[in-house]
Design a binder for this molecule. Structure first.
Ligand code: 6PG
Length: 249
C-alpha cells in the first residue's frame, strides 16, 4: 500500500517478508543512480536492531548488482559514546551484520568516533561530510525510536535546533549520555530519505507521527518539499495507523 501522506512524506506499507528486500532494492537503485549522475554515492546508515536484517540482505544480494563499489562512501547517521569494539557501537553492528562483505574501499567507510573528544570529532565529521558529499547525501537510512527520535535526535535535545552543522555532539539526558548525530540540515538535504520501521512495538509511535499533534516528535520533522521522506513500514508497524484511517471512513 502506498500513501502520499502530505507534501513531505510518503508511506509504503508492505508485508513483513517483503520490507527488507524492498529497501535493499531502493539502496542499490540509489547507488547506481548517484554513480551514473555524479560518479559517487554517499550513503548514511543507522544503527539499532531494525536495519541489521537489511545489512545482512545487502551483503548477500550485492554480488548480483552491477555497482562500482569503489565509488560508494558509507557514513553513519549517529553513533553511541562507546569505542568501535563495544557491542553497542553502530559501526560495529553494521559491519558485522554484513557491510564488511561489500567490496567498498576502507578509505570510503567513515565511522563516527563518539567515545572521545566528541565535540571535535563531530566538527571533523561535519567537515568530512561537506567535503565528500558536496550538495548532500544521496541516501540517508533512518529508524525511529518509540519516543519518536531518529538518528540521535531525541525529544527535547539541543541538536534538534542546529541549523548549520551537518553533524553534532548531542547530550541525551534521557540516556545519561552523549551521542554523535547527523542533524536536520543534513538529513533533509539528502536526495533520498528512507525511514525503515518494523514491528508492532513501533505501531503506537507510527500512529502518533501521522497524527495532528506530532510536533513533539523529532521524527516528524524528517522530509521536506524538496526531499520527501519515504517511510517504509511493515504491516505490524502500520497497524494502528491503518486502523485509525479505517475508523475515519
Ligand atoms: C541508534 C539508531 C536509532 C535507531 C532507533 C530505532 O543509534 O539506536 O541510530 O536512531 O534508528 O533507535 O532503533 P531500533 O531499530 O533498534 O528499534
Amino acid at each position: 500500500m502506498l500513501i502520499h501522506w502530505d507534501k513531505r512524506r510518503t508511506l509504503i506499507i508492505l508485508p513483513e517478508a517483503q520490507l527488507i528486500s524492498f529497501v535493499a532494492m531502493q539502496f542499490f537503485h540509489i547507488c547506481k543512480q548517484a554513480i551514473n549522475e555524479r560518479k559517487k554515492a554517499c550513503i548514511a546508515l543507522s544503527g539499532g536492531s531494525t536495519p541489521k536484517e537489511l545489512y545482512e540482505y545487502l551483503a548477500k544480494a550485492s554480488s548480483k548488482e552491477d555497482i562500482d563499489w569503489n565509488l560508494v562512501h558509507l557514513f553513519w547517521a549517529d553513533e553511541r559514546a562507546v569505542p568501535q569494539s563495544h557491542p553497542d557501537n553502530n559501526y560495529k553492528m553494521s559491519m558485522e551484520a554484513g557491510l564488511s562483505h561489500l567490496p567498498i574501499p576502507k578509505a570510503n567507510i567513515h565511522p563516527m568516533q563518539a567515545d572521545t573528544d566528541i565535540e571535535s570529532h563531530a566538527k571533523a565529521y561535519d567537515n568530512l561530510l561537506k567535503a565528500t558529499c558536496g550538495e548532500g547525501l544521496d541516501l540517508i537510512l533512518l529508524g525511529i525510536g518509540e519516543d519518536g527520535h531518529t538518528a540521535s535526535l531525541f525529544p527535547n535535545t539541543k541538536a534538534i535546533n542546529i541549523e548549520n552543522c551537518w553533524a553534532a555532539a548531542n547530550e541525551v539526558p534521557q540516556k545519561q549520555t552523549y551521542r554523535m548525530t547527523l542533524t536536520f540540515p543534513c538529513i533533509n538535504k539528502a536526495r533520498n530519505i528512507i525511514i525503515l520501521v518494523k514491528g508492532s512495538s513501533k505501531a503506537e509511535i507510527v500512529k502518533e507521527l501521522f497524527s495532528l499533534d506530532d510536533e513533539k516528535y523529532p521524527a516528524s520533522y524528517v522530509g521536506t518539499l524538496q526531499s520527501k521522506a519515504l517511510f517504509a513500514l511493515d504491516e505490524k508497524a502500520a497497524s494502528l495507523l491503518i486502523e485509525g484511517l479505517k475508523k475515519q471512513k
